[in-house]
Design a protein around this ligand. Structure first.
Ligand code: AMP
Ligand code: MG
Length: 487
């Protein structure tokens, strides 16, 4: 398989990365390959055998045209600044331009140590690799901006964590890997000139329409803020908890990146936390908008030297942009929720209705995903699905009555409205108990449950009789779900 690399970061951004090499896996074996994504990227993999794919996407064979490198970055981790992070277990092979003209990074994750590995082994275990594969594909199917997964390859080596696990490498496809932490690294260590170069590169690559703005760096700040608001609103609407919203895990492209200890909530609880290392709930479900806001403030700080260099007064404008994030997010969030609730026409009472919904969800704890499907089922004249989700059949009756009253102002009928809701509210998400079962089987060499679950989450909206089990939350008495960082 030929890959037509065109490595702009390597070419244009010397000094912003370290060259690196992949380790040699002892026995690479293809676990899963994303043919659909390959086709979108213009990669012709149809005639390539699994063994060749396994070698290419584990680092065993360096494809022609690759310029492997590790990105330098810093980042605030759980609120504390680490001035030296960087790709410690990832390697950019290069960039490809898809037939539609979009440029993507192709990166191996778990391919061995780099100059930024510190004490880490640069490796990844099969569980976190397959979790990222599955969840990122589910997110893409639900129209959430996200990095994608092209391949997962078992290395044949063992990776030592709390115990030994089979090792694996993920091939990640991303609009880019420029992070808030990338800006922070160059602001902290090298100052304005480097920040300006990085900002110019980011604008060329992601926001070319900003190149002629009066102050392009200020315009970049505004654009990144908007994409973060859109992204986190989508997460919140799906009950998704990213789990590790450190600034090094925030892509300036606006894609979800670095799936580590992430999870979708089953029963609604605003303080849901799944990550084993997030003892204080900094990245709990309900904190995500505030953390996004905090992260955009760190981005603004890193960009300030560039913003100031063009026009000193724009520093005040930048501060105002950050101060306004709360309000900006709120508007985007209300729009997201209106869509989920089938409210086509904005109305002054929406905000109250939506706030009241979350109070009622917190009080009654229904399954978050199924709740929105049950609302649509109510519109079809069937209350049984809703009743089954609630502690008492009429537990949310007052809220449902006010939602219903609001819907009656809408120009379209209930059946059409129900169909529109089902088109945005997924029925099949990566359920925690299903994910765990699939990863455990994969670790024991049985990929069948993983591949079956992958097929389900790739088609999240249309109900299928044979998938009934996949729509169900885990058993209520299950112990709290805990996820671990993807190391
Ligand atoms: P993460 O928590 O996955 O966002 O990673 C935070 C930082 O730790 C990044 O700089 C990673 O490259 C680095 N890191 C995580 N796991 C490893 C590992 N196994 N070996 C080397 N570096 C790692
Ligand atoms: Mg990371």
């Amino acid at each position: 398989m030929d890959i037509a690399f065109d490595n702009s970061f390597h070419r244009e951004m010397e000094g912003f990365y370290a060259s690196a090499e992949a380790a040699s896996p002892s026995a690479p074996r293809l676990l899963v390959f994303n043919q659909t994504l390959a086709a979108t990227l213009g990669l012709d993999a149809a005639d390539t055998d699994d063994d060749t794919l396994a070698r290419l996407f584990s680092g065993a064979t360096l494809p022609a045209g690759a310029d492997p490198l590790a990105f330098a970055y810093a980042g605030h981790q759980f609120g504390h600044f680490s001035s030296q992070l960087g790709d410690g277990r990832a390697l950019l092979l290069g960039e490809i331009v898809a037939p539609d003209g979009k440029r993507f990074d192709m990166q191996l994750k778990g391919s061995g140590p780099t100059p930024f590995s510190r004490n880490g082994d640069g490796k990844a275990a099969i569980g976190p690799v397959l979790r990222e594969f599955l969840v990122s594909e589910a997110m893409a199917a639900m129209h959430v901006p996200t990095t994608r997964s092209l391949a997962a390859v078992a290395t044949g080596d063992r990776v030592q964590r709390e115990r030994a696990h089979p090792g694996a490498v993920l091939t990640r496809i991303a609009a880019s890997h420029v992070r808030v932490g990338t800006f922070q690294f160059f602001a902290a260590h090298l100052g304005a000139e480097h920040v300006i170069r990085l900002s110019d590169y980011t604008i060329r690559r992601h926001y070319p329409e900003l190149a002629n703005a009066a102050n392009p760096h200020l315009a970049l700040l505004a654009a990144v803020i908007e994409r973060q608001c859109l992204l986190v609103a989508k997460w919140m609407g799906l009950g998704f908890v990213h789990g590790v919203m450190n600034t090094d895990n925030v892509a300036v492209s606006g894609e979800t990146i670095d799936y580590g200890p992430c999870a979708f909530m089953d029963r609604f609880a605003v303080n849901s936390v799944y990550s084993s290392i997030d003892a204080n709930g900094r990245y709990a479900y309900g904190n995500q908008p505030a953390i996004m806001n905090w992260n955009t403030a760190r981005f603004a700080e890193a960009l300030l030297p560039a913003i100031h260099a063009v026009k000193p007064d724009d520093v005040e404008v930048a501060k105002k942009l950050v101060a306004d994030v709360v309000e900006q997010f709120r508007g985007i969030w209300l729009a997201t929720m209106r869509q989920k609730l089938g409210l086509g026409t904005p109305h002054s009472s929406d905000a109250g209705l939506i706030d009241a919904l979350f109070d009622a969800l917190e009080a009654n704890g229904p399954d978050f995903t199924l709740f929105f499907r049950a609302l649509a089922t109510l519109l079809r004249g069937d209350a049984s699905a809703m009743e089954a989700l609630l502690p008492a059949p009429d537990a949310m009756a007052p809220w449902i009555a006010s939602w219903w009253a609001q819907l009656e102002r809408e120009p379209i009928g209930p059946l059409e409205r129900a169909a529109a809701m089902d088109a945005v509210n997924p029925l099949y998400i990566p359920r925690n108990h299903q994910v765990e079962a699939a990863l455990a089987a994969a670790e024991a060499d049985d990929m069948a449950p993983f591949l079956a679950l992958l097929e389900v989450v790739r088609a999240p909206y249309a109900e299928r009789a044979e998938w009934t089990g996949y729509a169900q939350p885990g058993p209520a008495e299950a112990a709290p779900y805990v996820t671990f960082c993807g190391t």
